[in-house]
Design a protein around this ligand. Structure first.
Ligand code: HEC
Length: 129
């Protein structure tokens, strides 16, 4: 019993340092290898911290799911939808409205982008929707 209490106390203490949601775990496991924990990316991976510059543009919502890293992640449609809602809230500052659903994500990921960088440039030039 004493041991069990000790273990429980240890787990409670250990918790704050660990990822505390499925979304954060899914990001760590499937995205952070390229995008890094803070989203800053690298010379070859764009920073997710720049997502706000696209957020008001037509096509951004779809583009974010159709980039190969997201579309081809080994996650169910429901888990990817939850991850995308979490990602937009984290890097744009508010949850997408309406929230991504499994159905929408499933439809989008069937068409991953061949040339994401060209698509990003197109969206940046587009007028806000
Ligand atoms: C193998 C490396 C890699 C992995 C893993 C990866 N990405 Fe990416 N991501 C990229 C690159 C490179 C780009 C730039 C577009 C392109 O060339 O695919 C990008 C672009 C993006 C963008 C567009 C950002 C913008 O504003 O242009 C989003 C959103 C994104 N990734 C989300 C994710 C999510 C979510 C995951 C995990 C499920 C993920 N990525 C996994 C490499 C990766």
């Amino acid at each position: 019993m004493k041991l069990a209490l000790g273990t429980a106390a240890f787990l409670l203490m250990a918790h704050p340092a660990a990822a505390d949601s499925y979304e954060e775990h899914d990001y760590t496991l499937n995205c952070s290898g390229c995008h890094r924990t803070d989203g800053s990316g690298s010379r070859v991976v764009p920073s997710l911290q720049a997502m706000p510059e696209l957020s008001a543009k037509a096509g951004a919502r779809e583009y974010w799911v159709q980039v190969p890293g997201a579309a081809q992640a080994p996650l169910s449609n429901a888990r990817l939808a939850a991850l995308m809602n979490w990602l937009v809230e984290r890097f744009v500052g508010k949850r997408p409205e309406p929230a991504y659903t499994a159905q929408e994500v499933g439809r989008l990921r069937r068409n991953p982008l061949r040339d994401p960088i060209a698509r990003r440039t197109e969206i940046r030039r587009a007028t806000p929707h």
